[in-house]
Design a protein around this ligand. Structure first.
Ligand code: PAF
Length: 283
């Protein structure tokens, strides 16, 4: 494995791999790897000839009062984990290498970004779509792998690939959880011991919601009851959103007529944690 910082050099290598007929897999990340990242890398390793992973804390997907300057980083550890997991090239450019001073082109997917995280983070998905498109153009992957914890991000990237005819397959992989149910996230390091103890209730709340949904409750009632669940079990948490949406279009559902996605974002101390659950009605 080697680390590449130059976008032009990565693209040059990618053109060579493509000419050689090699299948390139890409795992874009913002670093501070945990088992969730590793599950994406391991899956990708099984399905490609050349595996590129990126570590880049993309500034354009953070709002002005978000945690960009505090986002956890440990590139040395990420590189060791990447090497062990069979990554061929770890792409870790600087901000200035990825965004020139005159950068002025953005990708927007407005409908998919309108709800859930897009509401409280209005410029977030424009930053995500733009950086991922840039990474696609540099690594020229046949497929790219993303975690389902960021379900809305996955839906948005699928829409981008569809609408712009990008020759990349988007692969979503299941959420990896701690043994008590908390979804793994680089942001879990922000939690105090007390916050960490109550954080598994985020997932438990979604299970409570799914249970009620399977018994026939409709979205308004599901949201009301699960909001009460969170208030009771995570009294120090501040619910950013809890919603029931169409899993592909990410639009709120009023009456359940097919599979749904329950999604939550909750602020707990310094952390804003997200989680979701796909609820299948088996139709
Ligand atoms: O999911 C993430 O870590 C980021 O949003 C991504 C896809 C690497 C883009 O910066």
């Amino acid at each position: 494995m080697y680390c590449e910082t130059s976008p032009a050099a990565l693209q040059h290598s990618a053109l060579t791999w493509r000419a050689q007929g090699r299948v390139v897999g890409l795992v874009p990340t913002m670093g501070y790897w945990h088992e969730g990242h590793l599950s994406l890398v391991r899956w990708a390793r099984e399905h490609c000839d050349t595996l590129v992973a990126s570590v880049f804390v993309n500034p354009t997907q953070f709002g002005p009062n978000e945690d960009l300057s505090k986002y956890p980083a440990d590139l040395e550890r990420d590189a060791a984990l990447a090497q062990e997991a069979g990554v061929d090239v770890l792409f870790c450019p600087t901000k200035d290498q990825m965004y020139g001073p005159d950068h002025d082109t953005w990708i927007n997917v407005p409908a998919v970004a309108a709800h859930l995280c897009g509401r409280s983070r209005p410029t977030h998905f424009q930053g995500v779509a733009t950086i991922v498109c840039k990474l696609f153009n540099l690594a020229l992957p046949a497929f790219a792998v993303f975690g389902e914890k960021d379900w809305q991000q996955l839906a948005l990237l699928r829409a981008m690939v569809r609408d712009l005819n990008l020759p990349v397959r988007i692969e979503g992989r299941p959420i990896v959880r701690e043994s008590d149910g908390l979804a793994m996230s680089s942001r879990n390091v922000y939690l105090t011991a007390q916050e960490r103890r109550v954080a598994p209730h985020i997932h438990a709340g979604l299970k409570f919601l799914a249970d009620a949904a399977r018994k026939g409750a409709q979205p308004a009632e599901l949201i009301e009851r699960t909001t009460a669940y969170y208030a009771q079990h995570i009294p120090t948490g501040q619910l950013d959103y809890l919603d029931v949406v169409d899993p592909v279009r990410i639009q709120p559902v009023q009456t359940i007529g097919g599979d749904i996605l329950a999604a939550v974002a909750l602020r707990l101390g310094k952390a804003r944690l997200i989680d979701n659950m796909y609820i299948s009605y088996g139709k």
